[in-house]
Design a protein around this ligand. Structure first.
Ligand code: ZN
Ligand code: ZN
Ligand code: ZN
Length: 553
């Protein structure tokens, strides 16, 4: 029943080397260099014998000061969120226009509704050429239009919406219809993927080029056209969309390492042509792979199936079966990815051991990727207009607000790994927090001082809702693998995600439930992945006879 990964056996030694925790000296060196590339002066990563890594100040911060803007190493928008928000696949800024954002969302919501209710109608709809915009070609395939699984972070269909005629949506998308005051919210125009896949879109050529160079050239479905790789890649993406979209950033992490390896190799070959005999040796190749892997080696990791928190409704007697199921799911995903982008020289990366640890790194370290929506700002702006203008504008905008329902403010959400932020330790009385200000409109993590912080003090954030009573905090933190010893001590780093908090206003009379979900800490993390996994697990459990299950316990 348990699948074995032959690469785990073949490359056991190399895998151990890749997963070795970097020495404090190595880590120090890496982070000192990395911090120089960030918009932050006056912080340093230091090692403390007892609690491991931590982030410390080298200057003073006043309340509200920006402590750190951290660029993600790897990240991806949630599959389900792609229906709601069109963002740059590299920096996660919203792109297109207010009209395009609204039109596209209504168009896809419409498709999604008919997809679950009347499949035939949807096929007729998409095949008779009434797709209103070229940029949507191919996009429909990659989007997860799935209504059953809509958790708290997808648009919910329960809220009341008044649909609009298709022609109106079309004219909104192709630019014929311009909404009043939308020029107050200009967005960068859409730059399509240079490979032509139609699935990745960018805010600028520089983002398109950077993404291509770092991640996308190996994961672009169009680039690999005509080969069996392309089909495998599409299958891999579909599998991730249907089971757990955490596989998508994991694939990006592997692609990143392979491309980095190739770059290092090319650079070395150029500089050391005379040593060509050395270059071909296997050890030499592995030393390059180790270097290419270095940024990922710095992240705290455990195997996904070992560290994933048990869903509330899986009893402890089902735990081993649950964990096995998670491992099988990762194995299945890895086989598809291997078929799509396997690279012999980087073979250890395709072992289940490494894949499991990469996914575990996202599970343990991530601060969720959150970017506020300009569509929300637009409707708030209209709502705030003085009266004659407001009435005039609302005559046009109200039907769109009614068609969007409470989904008008859905923000961009995803999974990401932020290397420096992930070194910050937890405290129930933190001196900093992840907070997106008005001007923070891309996928970077922003850490703001909550109170004055003196020189040499450790910067801490809360992984959980620190306003909860002590007992509840204990329960939550226990789930995260440690006991709270606050306020005297902070707890060793990088154990769990905390949510980025958005500052929110809302339009009078509209529900703010969705925002409450964002403001509370755990739900964002629990929404997409775990719910779906759990569903899958339950349906599988019913198929496994009880006697066989007891074998795993
Ligand atoms: Zn961008
Ligand atoms: Zn592409
Ligand atoms: Zn505490």
């Amino acid at each position: 029943m348990t699948s074995t990964c032959s690469l785990d056996v073949e490359f056991a030694d190399k895998i151990n080397t890749l997963l070795k925790i970097p020495s404090p000296h190595e880590a120090q060196d890496y982070f000192d260099k990395l911090i120089k590339t960030r918009q932050c002066c006056g912080i340093r990563i230091k090692h403390d014998g007892e609690y491991g890594k931590g982030v410390y100040t080298e200057t003073e911060f006043a309340e509200g000061d920006l402590v750190l803007k951290d660029q993600m190493l790897v990240g991806a928008q949630h599959s389900s969120n792609k229906v709601d928000c069109l963002v740059c696949s590299y920096c996660f800024r919203f792109i297109g226009s207010i009209e395009h954002q609204i039109g596209r969302k209504l168009y896809l919501q419409d498709l999604g509704l008919s997809a679950s209710k009347e499949c035939v109608e949807m096929y007729q709809h998409t095949s008779n050429g009434c797709c209103p915009d070229d940029s949507l070609d191919g996009e429909e395939n990659s989007l997860m239009i799935d209504h059953e699984s809509s958790g708290p972070c997808t648009s919910s269909d329960q809220n009341y919406k008044i649909p609009l005629p298709k022609e109106v949506i079309t004219s909104l998308m192709n630019g014929d219809l311009v909404l009043p005051h939308s020029d107050q919210f200009p967005l960068p125009s859409v730059v399509p993927c240079p490979g032509g896949c139609g699935e990745a879109n960018y805010c600028s050529k520089s983002c398109a080029d950077a993404d291509w160079e770092l991640f996308h050239s190996l994961l672009c479905t169009e680039e690999r056209s005509g080969t069996s790789c392309r089909e495998a890649l599409i299958k891999f993406i579909q599998h991730a969309n249907e089971t757990n979209d955490i596989f998508l950033p994991a694939a990006k992490a592997i692609s990143f390492t392979i491309l980095n390896y190739k770059k290092l190799k090319a650079a070395r070959l150029e500089n050391q042509e005379s040593y060509s005999s050395l270059n071909s040796s296997e050890d030499y190749g592995f030393s390059l792979l180790l270097e290419a892997w270095k940024p990922l080696s710095m992240g705290y990791k455990k195997k996904w199936w070992d560290c994933i928190a048990l869903p509330d409704d899986v009893g402890s007697h089902d735990e081993s079966s649950f964990r096995l199921q998670i491992r099988e799911l990762a194995f299945m995903s890895l086989q598809l990815l291997k078929e799509a982008i396997f690279e012999k020289e980087c073979a250890p990366l395709f072992s289940l051991e490494i894949y499991g640890h990469i996914i575990g790194m996202f599970e343990l370290n991530n601060l969720d990727l959150v970017v506020a929506s300009p569509v929300e700002d637009y409707f708030l702006y209209i709502d705030d207009l003085p009266d004659p203008e407001k009435q005039k504008a609302e005559k046009i905008t109200q039907p769109f607000l009614d068609a969007l329902g409470d989904d008008y403010y859905v923000c961009c959400q995803g999974t990401a790994f932020f290397p420096i932020q992930s070194c910050m330790n937890h405290s129930c009385c933190p001196n900093a927090k992840a907070f997106k200000r008005e001007e923070d409109r891309d996928g970077q993590a922003t850490i703001i001082a909550l109170r004055p912080i003196s020189r040499g003090e450790e910067i801490t954030i809360s992984y959980i809702d620190e306003d909860l009573p002590f007992e509840e905090r204990q329960v939550l933190l226990a789930d995260y693998g440690f006991r709270c010893r606050c306020p005297n001590l902070t707890i060793n780093s990088a154990l769990r995600s905390s949510a980025i908090i958005l500052s929110h206003k809302h339009i009078a009379g509209r529900s703010v439930e969705h925002k409450a979900m964002i403001l509370k800490v755990p739900p964002l993390k629990f929404c997409c992945g775990r719910r779906k996994i759990y569903k899958l697990f339950i349906s599988h459990l019913q198929l496994v006879p009880n006697q066989r299950m007891s074998k795993y316990e």
